[in-house]
Ligand binder design. Structure first.
Ligand code: GLN
Length: 488
């Protein structure tokens, strides 16, 4: 028996493993082979011997009669989660050779469930970016068109799923980094409610926003992955204590009576015409399936970018102060004294975007500017969250675009950081409010119509199961998520 050449759903993989149609070792080998011949630059670290050791352990558990949704299923981790064995770089020169002495909670939970780790995926440095061009290890190419970005910051995970290198992968989303690369690579991605998944062992960017999420082919796959990842962790003080949940419980539910809100502010001037047409068509599908689609308003949407780009850099400047060349990571040589060692280490270890954010963050937190910038941004954050609560008085789910455009060409806007920030306009509001968001493939645009488009569904706190149910119903009706990029 051998592993399938195109990766099927996680449900089919679990069945195939349980029936003995293929083994975890065969599956892992098939994926490792595809990763080795891929030119997408989706992976930063691959260690076949470690992967195969985990696969053999999964095969023993299967042979002993154990069953589980992810037992023997290969996955990959964004290189923001620390792992024993594989390097944990955060896409940075600062941590290029760093190996963690412990596993992140997400890594630990997936390993305990028998998922087999294929390695660490490329990402923007410290998850700062939306195009994966800020990685010390180079950009990730989009499997649909290698000239295009993969989206970021979890670009390696999204591209690896889209190219069938892995069936599913983890990611992190601070301001859109799961939803946006999912949209641009034509896969499904969920960013859960803040606090739903432990941040322990996730290399910190902006702690009040960072949240782990999942990539898969479908809403069903994401529900399976999230089911294992989520849960209270006493090692993360912001992790929420709630009973375990079956995130697949609404997958069979129909949409009759579901109130879907379409915010006018998500369809303004900056939205590309092709993206708009695809989103309109996707929302029309929800309507045909019985949803009650209504216009709503999220009036503070335009304040999300300025609020986020004060709060996130402020937290980043504080979180990244730990990289000083003393405790771990890169250390400069040839320094004069301690202060010079710090300065040279950080000058060499961090890339341009990270430095830009440390400068902005230090500035907005400094005496005399704190009230004008940081405090003001926190007030805006509250107003943005209030907009959502008003909207959720009228509707169950909010639908709109993930990104205003399809993936752009690699290198096309690297000189213009603000232009990159503007691409976050539709993902930042839910991040600032701490709400869950799902991206499902809903069309194509761009040159030769080859660049994917994602529909964003935002729900109220802890409504992941409902969002996944809506995404699943949409995917029963459409085949965007079944199309394959082909390029590896
Ligand atoms: N693009 C946003 C930023 O650059 C979001 C990144 C993220 O979610 N990690 O900060």
């Amino acid at each position: 028996m051998s592993a399938p050449s195109v990766l099927p759903s996680l449900a089919e993989l679990a069945d195939g493993l349980a029936d003995g149609r293929f083994s975890a070792v065969e599956l892992a080998q098939a994926c490792l082979h595809r990763i080795a011949s891929s030119r997408l630059n989706a992976f930063i670290d691959v260690k076949p011997e470690l992967t195969l050791e985990q696969a053999r352990a999964a095969d023993s558990r299967l042979a002993a009669g154990e069953r589980g949704p992810l037992l023997g299923v290969p996955i990959a981790h964004k290189d923001i989660f620390v792992t024993r064995g594989w390097r944990s770089t955060a896409g940075s020169r600062m941590l290029a050779d760093y190996v963690s002495p412990f596993d992140a909670t997400v890594v630990e939970r997936l390993a305990a469930a028998g998922a087999v780790c294929l390695g660490k995926t490329n990402c923007d440095e410290f998850a700062m970016g939306g195009s994966n061009e800020n990685s010390h290890f180079g950009p990730v190419h989009n499997p649909w068109d290698p000239a295009a970005i993969s989206g970021g910051s979890s670009g390696g995970s999204a591209a690896a799923v889209a190219a069938d290198l892995v069936p599913a992968a983890t990611g992190t989303d601070t301001g859109g980094s799961v939803r946006q690369p999912a949209a641009m690579c034509g896969v499904t991605g969920i960013k859960p409610t803040y606090g739903r998944v432990s941040r322990y062992g996730m290399i910190a960017f902006a702690s009040s926003l960072d949240q782990a999420g999942a990539f898969g082919r479908s809403a069903d796959d994401c529900a399976r992955l999230l089911g294992v990842m989520a849960g209270f962790d006493r090692r993360d003080s912001t992790s929420v204590e709630r009973p375990a949940e079956d995130f697949g419980r609404d997958l069979g539910r129909d949409l009759a009576g579901l109130r879907v809100g379409v915010p006018a502010e998500f369809f303004g001037d900056g939205l590309d015409g092709e993206v708009r047409a695809a989103i309109d068509a996707a929302i029309a599908v929800l309507g045909r399936l019985g949803a009650d689609v209504r216009p709503i308003s999220l009036p503070r949407t335009r304040l999300a970018i300025p609020a986020y780009y004060v709060i996130a850099p402020a937290e980043a400047s504080s979180n990244l102060s730990r990289f000083d060349g003393v405790r771990y990571g890169h250390r400069a040589t040839g320094y004069r004294d301690l202060a010079d060692m710090y300065a040279r280490t950080r000058a060499e270890g961090f890339g341009a975007e990270v430095k830009r954010r440390i400068l902005i963050g230090t500035y907005v937190l400094s005496h005399g500017y704190y009230d004008a910038y940081y405090l003001k941004a926190q007030q805006l954050r509250r107003l943005i969250a209030d907009d959502f609560q008003r909207a959720f008085g009228e509707v169950d789910v909010i639908a709109g675009p993930v990104s205003p455009t399809v993936a752009w060409d690699i290198g096309a806007q690297t000189d213009d950081p603000v232009r990159n920030y503007l691409a976050d306009v539709y993902t930042l509001p839910a991040s600032l409010a701490g709400l869950p968001g799902l991206s499902v493939p809903c069309g194509f645009g761009g040159a030769q119509g080859r660049r994917p488009i994602g529909l964003q569904l935002i729900g109220n706190y802890f409504s992941e199961a409902r969002l996944l149910g809506v995404g699943h119903r949409f995917q029963q009706e459409t085949d965007w998520h079944r199309r394959r990029a082909g390029e590896v």
